[in-house]
Design a protein around this ligand. Structure first.
Ligand code: HEM
Length: 420
């Protein structure tokens, strides 16, 4: 009956609205069509599995990935050792703990909140840029602004540069590498694969060399940034090797912007489709806090986790998932499970019960969550305040190819004016 549903989910023509497919998928909480991955799509099962120590995130524990339609579409980090996203305890815990020292409580409780002013001025600068672009080209109503290229993409890349301590004068070079690596996560069937592989691997190498140089420099002249603090080997007797440090920096870079761009863009798209909520956000900027949580439930930027595998045979909902089998945990389907959320297809920022799966759960739950939340809250409340009478020029907008990190490639919006 469900033969082909996974290919339908991966099929680009369903990218704008995969939710009816997820609804169908949930009718079989553990779906397996004989040779592909075991696909789990209901909330309670996904939540339980994310907390289950019998599941591994280390792809080296996976048997032959035969039949996994996502095999080969992994993040571009192959030349570095696996980052802690793809490690199990105890290595995962050691690296995550060390990375957290310069990032969050208890050692650095003010790191993210302390960036609030800086994030606000980056947002302001980008929106001022939209206004300048309009007046330079004499654009008025009817001519669109692409919010992806001109806002939601540059914002998180600039933020991650500041966080890691990439000097401002190098940001432009860094943006090019980040763009190239991001494009490698966005498999486009029309692109020249060989050409792109070359570009990706040279970007990875240049970025690796650049980060290695920066780390060396920060060891000699430490600043207040995360790389300096990681390089200084903060930690009670624990140290990170240079290779571990490089793969951690690359993880933060990639995880830190390819997702946030989609949260901000999905957010604007959802608000433009719900003008009453947009208007409310304009009047009540503090609505951004619950609104971003509802967005992470309703339109999660990470739709599914494709790299778990059981360390022994496990049983879920009466189905035995064999050791080493590829598994997908479809967060976006769990987030709309009617057994967990009332009226799940309704976007409702006033929802009180909102323990979504959008940032994962358990030991691998999103490391950057406080930053991602703050970036999205500031971005959406400022866009709502400053864009006067914004309108979508194309609905649905064109999407990125990627089914896992799902979001619009462009979001072209017209507005009457951009307020100061
Ligand atoms: C809206 C933006 C974001 C979303 C939706 C998101 C989502 C996620 C999800 C679902 C996971 C769990 C992966 C798993 O269980 O396998 C995760 C892990 C992670 N995220 Fe995020 N993320 C976002 C932003 C960020 C940012 C800004 C950073 C960095 C500053 C970041 C760094 C990480 C890291 C390092 C991990 C791995 C955690 C671990 O394995 O322990 N993320 N993220």
């Amino acid at each position: 009956m469900k033969q082909g549903i996974l290919s339908q989910i991966l099929d680009y023509s369903n990218r704008a609205n995969p939710y009816p497919l997820y609804e169908e998928l949930r009718r079989t909480p553990v779906f397996h069509d004989g040779e592909g991955p075991y696909v789990v799509s209901t909330y309670h099962e996904i939540h339980g599995l994310l907390h289950d120590p019998r599941l591994s995130s280390d792809t080296r524990n996976r048997g032959a990935a035969a039949g996994d339609p996502l095999a080969g579409q992994e993040e571009g980090e192959q030349q570095l050792p696996p980052s802690f996203l793809k490690l199990d305890p105890p290595e995962h815990d050691r690296l995550r703990r060390m990375t957290n020292r310069p990032f969050g409580p208890p050692h650095s409780p003010r790191r993210i909140d302390g960036m609030r002013g800086e994030l606000g001025s980056i947002v302001k600068g980008l929106i001022d840029g939209l206004a300048d672009g309009r007046s330079r080209s004499g654009e008025g109503d009817g001519n669109g602004i692409d919010l992806v290229d001109q806002f939601s993409y540059p914002f998180p890349v600039t933020v991650i540069c500041r966080l890691l301590g990439v000097p401002r004068e190098d940001e432009a070079r860094f943006h090019v590498w980040a763009d190239t690596l991001a494009a490698s996560l966005d498999p486009d069937p029309d692109a020249d694969a060989e050409q792109r592989e070359k570009a990706t691997s040279s970007a990875r190498m240049e970025l690796g060399m650049y980060l290695a140089g920066l780390i060396e420099e920060r060891r000699k002249n430490p600043g207040d940034d995360m790389l300096s603090q990681l390089a200084a080997g903060h930690g009670q007797g624990e140290t990170m090797s240079t290779m571990e440090l490089l793969s951690t920096a690359a993880l933060l870079l990639i995880a830190g912007h390819e997702t946030t761009v989609n949260l901000i863009t999905n957010g604007m798209l959802t608000l433009l489709r719900h003008p009453d909520v947009l208007e409310r956000l304009r009047r009540e900027p503090q609505l951004a806090v619950p609104l971003v949580e509802e967005l992470l439930r309703y339109e999660p930027p990470v739709q599914l986790l494709p790299q778990r595998t059981p360390l022994c045979d496990i049983e879920v909902c009466g189905v035995t998932i064999p050791k080493g089998a590829p598994m997908w945990l479809v967060l976006a389907a769990g987030n709309r499970d009617p057994k967990r959320f009332e009226n799940p297809d309704r976007f409702d920022p006033d929802r009180r019960d909102i323990q979504h799966l959008g940032l994962g759960s358990g030991i691998h739950s999103c490391f950057g969550a406080p930053l991602a939340r703050l970036e999205a809250q500031l971005a959406l409340s400022e866009l709502a305040r400053r864009l006067h009478n914004p309108r979508l020029l194309e609905d649905p907008p064109p999407y990125r190819q990627n089914a896992v990190l799902r979001g619009p490639r462009h979001l072209v919006v017209a507005c009457d004016d951009i307020r100061p």
